[in-house]
Design a protein around this ligand. Structure first.
Ligand SMILES: [Zn+2]
Length: 216
């Protein structure tokens, strides 16, 4: 899943944005410098490989930064009228791990994706890959839900989409005393699955992002 160090830097000529390059030596120097700034000796034995370990961890957490979410979903499958009548597709409990942009602390949890297909279906594994692509970058939970929902609307043009995310945030569990068990739930919905009864989740997001929807 990680972008290999041998990837050509000039590979940006293609139409689809590729994951960004990582400058490992620069990242390792920065970690060593950070340790020194905190008053540590980066050369002492237990810290000697820390810059390398932190960098490899970050490479995984940033693996899909800049990658196009639509291509994670692949080529949709066409469906007939008989197959699509009244069906809901639910892909639930998709695990993810991401990193907040404010503190560089991890947040992790699960995503439930529900959509009401019209003419196109995505393979289950493609929905999992979409969640992976949306999470392996600096991310906010609410924005991740909106990006997943919007990508599904654009690529599959379904009747409706709902994306529910439940996550535990390092920002909350580490920075707020007594909040170790706090989890955050967000729901982002579109089209026929938009829920006007849930203020601050589906309806608010819909208003903000209704412009570009379903224009694939
Ligand atoms: Zn944070």
């Amino acid at each position: 899943m990680h972008p290999g160090p041998t990837t050509a830097p000039g590979g940006a000529g293609s139409a689809t944005p590729a994951p960004r390059e990582v400058d490992r030596p620069r990242a390792m120097r920065a970690v060593a410098e950070f340790l020194a700034a905190m008053g540590e000796d980066p050369e002492r034995s237990e810290l000697r490989r820390t810059p390398e370990r932190v960098t490899e961890l970050a490479v995984g957490l940033f693996a899909q930064a800049g990658a196009d979410l639509g291509s994670a979903l692949g080529t949709p499958m066409a469906i007939t009228d008989a197959e699509s009548l009244g069906q809901l597709v639910v892909v639930s409990e998709i695990p993810f791990r991401s990193l907040c942009p404010h503190h560089l602390l991890p947040f992790e949890g699960t995503v439930d994706v529900t959509y009401a297909p019209d003419r196109r279906l995505a393979g289950f594994s493609r929905v999992v890959r979409l969640v992976e692509a949306a999470s392996q970058r600096l991310q906010l939970q609410e924005r991740m839900g909106e990006q997943i929902a919007q990508t599904l609307m654009t690529v599959l043009e379904p009747h409706g989409v709902r994306v529910r995310i439940e996550a535990s945030h390092g920002c909350v569990t580490m920075l707020e005393h007594g909040a170790a068990s706090v989890r955050m739930m967000t729901t982002c919905s579109r089209g026929t699955l938009a829920d006007p009864e849930s203020p601050g989740s589906g309806s608010g997001s819909d208003a903000d992002l209704s412009g570009p929807r379903a224009q694939a």
